[in-house]
Design a protein around this ligand. Structure first.
Ligand SMILES: Cc1cc2nc3c(=O)[nH]c(=O)nc-3n(C[C@H](O)[C@H](O)[C@H](O)COP(=O)(O)OP(=O)(O)OC[C@H]3O[C@@H](n4cnc5c(N)ncnc54)[C@H](O)[C@@H]3O)c2cc1C
Length: 385
């Protein structure tokens, strides 16, 4: 057993950190306060080969491992937390589902521009009546001749205001088995993008309405029975979310370490007060534990044994550790930490969202408890336990 990064991964880390320090660090604070997707960074990352790291070379990616994508996210976050969103979008979640299941024609049309950093996809899963209970979704795709008509509403989608296209979870029929997904272009007649609303983390989202949106069968990604495949892709999304939680929390933590070493009160550096030292010690333990759990989940997934349990444990630990570290940083910087002058307030807002997105910490604990007790606990009222 060895906790060192494999040589190739370590080389990537060094390379990406050098790139991020030079090209991204200077605009980090400004980017953190912009709701717009950083398209300049997106193209830059495509040039650097940082998009599609985990996608095979024949599909236009780099054929690297999940571990490498995680290390790349963290290397970028070290210098520019906001730009790590681009690595997430280019390597985890919807892009992976497309790489895995899209037809050749769909890959040409959708995957290619995503990998070039010129397009962005929004995942339309959550609905007003289906949040944690995602299988309660009611957006339908109904056959009409050779086409499908899509009707329904999606909420909270990351990149939903700016997306080039949407990967939409739909219901072709009843039950979990009736759920699949379709790809819908922005601008398709019947698709309306609602008024943008802002998350606490600074990202905009819009309600997306589908009113008899007509799509040909070639826009279906996964038909009936596709839900399980989509959710296994979602487990990978969770690892990206976990990686960013730790990395953004660590960014704030490192910032705060520098601050308390230099800021003096009562004639001494803040770092000399034990009350603060213990807060830093506790968060250091949480960050490092979460990182080890994340590495385990990523290595299992790379070895072809992705575990929903290890992933849930890693994301839960990472979400708590990331937010805990950012929260500490805000406190340790005092008034400065609570102000937009310092990036730690962004890290605080950002890490908070990941405790809800991608499987809330409560839903993760439900999943972890199932692993602990070796049985399923239905959350539904009246379900036999
Ligand atoms: C920053 C951010 C980005 C997001 N990005 C996307 C995206 O790209 N695409 C997309 O489709 N959606 C996205 N979402 C939506 C996200 O998936 C949902 O917010 C999440 O699933 C929770 O659903 P909800 O908001 O309806 O809350 P609810 O499901 O109503 O839950 C409210 C609270 O109750 C708790 N709760 C619910 N059920 C249980 C239970 N059985 N046991 C214990 N506690 C429970 C939850 O944990 C939560 O704390 C995003 C959300 C955020 C905050």
């Amino acid at each position: 057993m060895n906790f060192d990064l494999p040589e190739q991964v370590e080389e990537l880390r060094v390379h990406v950190e050098a790139f991020a320090a030079k090209k991204l660090a200077p605009g980090a604070l400004e980017r953190a306060h912009s709701a717009e997707y950083p398209w300049d960074v997106s193209r830059l990352m495509a040039e650097q080969g940082l998009l599609g790291l985990t996608i095979s070379e024949e599909k236009g990616g780099q054929g690297a491992s999940l571990l490498e994508a995680i290390i790349a996210i963290q290397a970028v976050s070290k210098y520019d937390p906001r730009s790590a969103d681009v690595i997430q979008a280019g390597n985890f979640g919807a892009i992976r589902t497309l790489a895995e299941y899209a037809t050749e024609e769909q890959q040409e049309k959708y995957l290619t521009p995503l990998l070039a950093g010129e397009a962005i996809v929004s995942l339309g899963m959550t609905e007003p009546g289906a949040g944690s209970a995602v299988t309660d979704l009611v957006t339908t795709a109904t056959a009409d001749g050779d086409d499908f008509l899509v009707n329904g509403t999606k909420v909270f989608g990351t990149h939903s205001t700016e997306a080039s296209f949407y990967l939409v979870y739909v219901r072709f029929g009843p039950g979990v088995g009736g759920i699949g997904s379709v790809i819908i272009d922005r601008g398709e007649p019947g698709l309306t993008i609602g008024k943008p609303s802002r998350f606490m983390n600074g990202e905009d989202w819009s309600q997306i309405y589908f009113d008899n949106v007509r799509i040909p069968i070639s826009q279906v990604l996964l038909g009936e029975g596709g839900f399980k495949k989509q959710i296994s892709g979602f487990n990978v999304e969770r690892l990206g979310n976990a990686a960013r939680s730790i990395a953004v929390g660590k960014h704030a933590f490192d910032f705060a370490v520098e601050h308390v070493l230099t800021r003096e009160q009562f004639g001494r550096p803040l770092a000399e007060f034990q009350g603060l030292q213990w807060m830093f010690a506790e968060q250091a333990v949480r960050l490092e534990s979460a990182q080890l759990l994340l590495m385990r989940a990523a290595l299992e997934a790379d070895a072809g044994m992705p575990s929903a349990q290890s992933t849930a444990i890693a994301k839960y630990a990472a979400n708590e550790a990331g937010f805990g570290a950012a929260n500490l940083a805000v406190q340790a910087l005092g008034g400065t930490g609570f102000s937009e002058e310092a990036i730690v307030e962004y890290c605080f807002r950002r890490t908070r969202g990941w405790m809800i997105a991608g499987g809330s910490t409560e839903m993760l604990k439900n999943r972890i408890a199932e692993g602990v007790f070796g049985r399923r606990f239905s959350q539904r009222e009246g379900a036999s336990r």
